[in-house]
Design a protein. Structure first.
Length: 231
């Protein structure tokens, strides 16, 4: 659908006779474009035929709208359809003001208590927006960093900790140089304290032919920087 205009894609999404697969294709095409504000009034109609879930890619497309979706999200959050209510609540949480902070901290605490391993990374990203004001979340972010069985979530916890309180993160950044996730290794390369151990490990990453291009380039840049050059 690359040849369709944004207006044509929105018309397909609005069509009562448009098949679900075609609507998913239209959402996929919209994801690669500037946010389409015209999507907002269509969102409640873009559920699956059984009314239980949003169409695939709808959530991602709404996320691309950013704060534009906030006014409508207040109404979505009050809907009887669980998927639409959850989507509205998520938009509000992503863009909420200071009044949202206590609820987000409570949410993270509840997720830890329940050992809910899927979802705390999203909560962590939301908390990171509040910087030092979210200090109450720090102990739980550290616990999730240490215990999560999902390696891909560690980056979110580390980024949130760095935004809220960087105290004591030196060893975490150093450990990240050995992480299995590329994004976490990149954080370690840029932020690990300068020491023979870290610089030696960064040199290994720079020279490893099995490493990604991004990691090798970041390692090279760190070692060429005045504070990161190998002696």
């Amino acid at each position: 659908m690359a040849g369709f205009s944004t207006a044509e894609l929105l018309a397909l999404l609005a069509g009562t006779r448009t098949e679900g697969a075609t609507k998913v294709d239209a959402l996929r095409a919209l994801n690669g474009r500037e946010p389409a504000e015209g999507l907002i009034p269509l969102v409640p109609s873009l559920g699956t035929s059984d009314g239980r879930r949003p169409l695939p890619l709808l959530r991602r497309t709404v996320e691309c709208l950013g704060a534009l979706a906030v006014p409508a999200a207040h109404g979505w959050a009050q809907e009887d359809r669980p998927w639409l209510a959850q989507l509205g609540a998520d938009v509000l949480a992503d863009h909420g003001g200071p009044e949202a902070l206590p609820g987000l901290v409570d949410e993270l605490v509840e997720q830890w208590t329940a050992r809910a391993w899927c979802g705390p990374d999203r909560t962590a990203r939301r908390l990171a927006r509040f910087g030092p004001d979210a200090a109450g979340a720090v102990p739980y972010l550290r616990r999730f960093w240490l215990r999560t069985p999902h390696s891909y979530e560690r980056t979110a916890y580390l980024e949130a900790l760095a935004a809220i309180d960087r105290d004591g993160l030196e060893h975490v950044y150093t450990e990240s140089l050995w992480d299995c996730e590329e994004t976490t290794r990149l954080l370690g390369i840029t932020s690990a304290p300068t020491s023979p151990e870290t610089l030696g490990r960064i040199a290994v990453l720079r020279d490893d032919p099995m490493e990604t291009t991004e990691v090798r380039a970041a390692a090279r840049a760190r070692l060429l920087a005045p504070t990161g050059r190998l002696s």
